[in-house]
Each structure stands twice: as C-alpha cells, then as structure tokens.
Design a protein around this ligand. Structure first.
Ligand SMILES: N[C@@H](CCC(=O)N[C@@H](CS)C(=O)NCC(=O)O)C(=O)O
Length: 203
C-alpha cells in the first residue's frame, strides 16, 4: 500500500490528520506539487484526474478522493469511530462534513486558486471575479457554523469526527487565501483552538 501525499495542500492533509487520529501508519510518497509532478504522465497513470491524495492498494487498485480513502480505513479500523455511530449520528457527521466541504473548504479554495500567482498553472484560467464572489460565501457560512457550535464542542456533536478534520483544514487554508475568521465568530474560534490543540493537527 502507498499513499501519494501532497505536502501542505489541504486535501492530502485531511487524510494525514485522519490517520493520525486513528494511529495508523501508511507508507507515503510525496508528490511535488510545486514542480507540477501531479500533472506528469507517471502520476496520471495513478490518478487520471491529476489530484492528490491517492491511495494505491497492494493489488494495484487505486482509491482517490480524501473522504473515500478515509472511509476505506474506517471500514478496516472502526475504532475510534470518526464517521459517526448509529443511523442518526452517521447522517449528522455526513451532513456536517458535506457542509464544511461544499460551503467552506471549496469556496476558500476558489478564493485561493483564483487569486494566488502560484496557482496560475493549476487553475486555468484564473478568474479573479470568481474569487471575489466566493469571499462573502465563506463569511456567510462561518456565521451559520458559529451558531451551531454554540451548543456543542465539535462540528457534528459531542464527539470529534471527520467533519472536524474538514473544518480544521478549511479554516487553516484561510490564511494563504488571505481570509480570516471574524472576531464575532467566537464559537468557531473556540472550536478551532480545540481541534488545533490535538496532536493530529500537526500531521
Ligand atoms: N475532492 C478531492 C480534491 C483533491 C484535490 O483537489 N487536491 C488538490 C490538492 S489539495 C490537488 O491535487 N490539486 C492539483 C491541481 O489542482 O492541479 C479530494 O477530496 O481528495
């Protein structure tokens, strides 16, 4: 088995944080995104979509998409559960993971990818107006997330889950996107400090 990782990029980090929470070690190869190694023919043979992370299994088959990779390990190592326990809780974790992905991580990525000069060869064409359109979406969702975090410690309830991982990675990605969590979002700030203090956050 080999995990194709991508340094500081947010999606590979989701898998690293997940594995650290589980205490799972996987042989890893870094894909040098800076030199566009992910766009090479050799990497296209692993993931034709040209994105990291990618997990190659011992039978040669490949799993891409960070959450699909995490789900694979979840099935093999159910403890501690990071995708919820029981029908209602599993749905809650899925709901928050999707919300944090679609309404936070993706809009932040759109801002970063459509403004940062280093992204010119990744995001073709760069559309600065799309970055501008996504900035208020980030702030709108942070307000919603803040209201929900008023009554609970973690993104999907009382337990740390994969939704917290997506949220942590998204908030940390705000810095290179030149965005910041507003002072008014005190619950988001409290939650972010708590999830950042876990050893897995440095993965
Ligand atoms: N939905 C995918 C997204 C993967 C993704 O976009 N990875 C980024 C790094 S965070 C990448 O490889 N980007 C290369 C590119 O856009 O050319 C996942 O969850 O794994």
């Amino acid at each position: 088995m080999k995990l194709y990782d991508g340094g500081r990029a947010p999606n590979p980090r989701r898998v690293r944080v997940y594995l650290a929470e589980k205490g799972i070690t996987v042989p890893t190869e870094q894909v040098d995104l800076g030199s566009l190694q992910h766009k090479s023919a050799a990497f296209a043979a692993i993931n034709p979509v040209g994105r990291v992370p990618a997990l190659v299994l011992d039978d040669g088959s490949v799993i891409t998409e960070s959450i699909a990779i995490c789900r694979y390990f979840e099935a093999l190592h159910p403890e501690p559960p990071l995708f919820g326990v029981g029908a209602r809780d599993i749905a809650e974790v899925e709901m928050w993971n999707r919300r944090l992905e679609l309404h936070l991580l993706f809009p932040i990525a759109h801002v970063f990818r459509n403004t940062h000069p280093a992204m010119k060869e990744w995001e073709v064409p760069q559309v600065p107006a799309w970055a501008l359109a996504n900035k208020p979406r980030v702030m709108e969702f942070l307000d919603i997330f803040d209201r929900d975090l008023r009554d609970r410690p973690f993104a999907a309830g009382d337990r740390y889950t994969v939704a917290d991982i997506t949220g942590l990675v998204a908030i940390d990605f705000m810095k290179p996107a030149k965005l910041a969590v507003p002072e008014t979002c005190a619950n988001v700030r409290r939650w972010h400090a708590a999830v950042s203090a876990r050893p897995s956050a440095s993965a």
